[in-house]
Ligand binder design. Structure first.
Ligand code: ATP
Length: 342
């Protein structure tokens, strides 16, 4: 196990600031997710930690030691990519054994190690197959097995589940987490999928344009976003944001509820004109606008299936948002500010 730290870490490609002064520090054995849209610098950040990319500025520390200048091999890290990059002409056994062979380990010790990893990842019956005869989920497990045989202290994972279909993905998420917890290895996990980030991360670093916009526990990042970018990047549908006087107000779709639904504390009433209703079974989405408040801005409400009252479209309905669910943001900077009077 080891703590990974970056200090003022930057990478510039010409004029592009791919990573721009990132300070992060994991806990021992933590599962830390780097979340952000395509091009925000997640992969570049991970590659600098791995030693595959030279930083323009700043430091990378693993286990308290600065590793800038050390080659990937000397960093005791294992990296798993989206593509897995398995060798197609080698059996699963030889794929997993490959890094050990490259390291010069003798065949008997190698075999023992491969068997250990295969058992951990439930690959024992597949050792003689070639990658093309494996399912996506199995290939992913082979890539993980190959990554752990060198007993890394840190796992770097770059969208390793994105090739799996939705159903397999949920199972693979679960397997990957219990595997990481079992070994107690610190993991940094890159994704642009906020569901994955919320479900897997002990903490999430939300990135945009090379910078970390917020770093915190999933529930904190979700409920108390640092700015409007985080507020709308997390959550599906995203937080509703409406201009009001000199600031913006935000509330999540699940917090806009019809009058009569049990809610704690003080509430703000809104007249919600519903244009369209989408019933997805587990929840109902209502699309419309708040009549007296922001008639030009689309607002979405999300009702759980337990709220069964009829809400016909093309009509106005009395809705409320609990005051403690409303967030306020600066109109200019987008940063969250303290609660204002409505
Ligand atoms: P994705 O989710 O699409 O992989 P990402 O968040 O991982 O995106 P990076 O791959 O780190 O983003 O890229 C960050 C920025 O740096 C992008 O604008 C990208 O075009 C640029 N970039 C990355 N690598 C290079 C390179 N070798 N040369 C020039 N620009 C690069």
């Amino acid at each position: 196990m080891a703590v990974v730290e970056t200090r003022e870490l930057s990478k510039h490609f010409g004029d592009v600031k791919a990573v721009d002064g990132v300070d992060l520090r994991t806990e021992e054995g933590e599962f830390l997710v780097l979340l952000g849209p395509s091009g925000c610098g997640k992969t570049t950040l991970l590659r600098m930690i791995a030693g595959l990319e030279e930083p323009t500025e700043g430091e990378v520390l693993i286990g308290g030691e600065v590793v800038n200048g050390l080659p990937p091999r000397a960093r005791r890290i294992a990296m798993v990519f989206q593509s897995y990059a398995l060798y197609p002409h080698m059996t699963v056994f030889r794929n997993i054994a490959f890094p050990l062979k490259a390291q010069g380990m003798d065949p008997a010790a190698r075999e023992e190690k491969v068997e250990w990893a295969a058992k951990l990842l439930d690959l024992e019956s597949l050792l003689q197959r070639r990658p093309r005869n494996l399912s996506g989920g199995e290939r992913q497990r082979v890539a993980l097995a190959r990554a752990i045989v060198r007993e890394p202290t840190v796992f770097l994972l770059d969208e390793p589940l994105s090739n799996l279909d939705a159903k397999l993905r949920a199972a693979a998420r679960d397997d990957l987490l219990s595997f990481q917890r079992g070994l107690g290895i610190t993991a940094l996990y890159v994704t642009h999928d906020q569901v994955e980030a919320m479900g897997m991360g002990d903490r999430i670093a939300v990135m945009n344009k090379g910078k970390v916009r917020q770093f915190g526990k999933p529930e904190d990042v979700y409920h108390n976003p640092a700015d409007t970018f985080v507020a709308t990047f997390l959550g599906s549908p995203p937080m509703n944001l409406l201009e009001y006087q000199d600031f913006l107000i935000g509330f999540r779709p699940e917090h806009l509820l019809p009058v009569g639904v049990e809610q704690d504390g003080e509430r703000t009433p809104f007249t919600f004109h519903v244009n369209r209703v989408e019933n997805l079974g587990s929840e109902r989405f209502l699309y419309g606008h708040l009549e007296d408040f922001a008639p030009d801005k689309r607002v979405i409400a999300m009702l759980p299936s337990t709220v069964t009252m009829p809400i016909p479209p093309d009509q106005s309905h009395s809705f409320v948002v609990a005051l403690n669910r409303i967030r306020f943001f600066d109109k200019e900077t987008g940063l969250r500010i303290e609660a204002q009077k409505l």
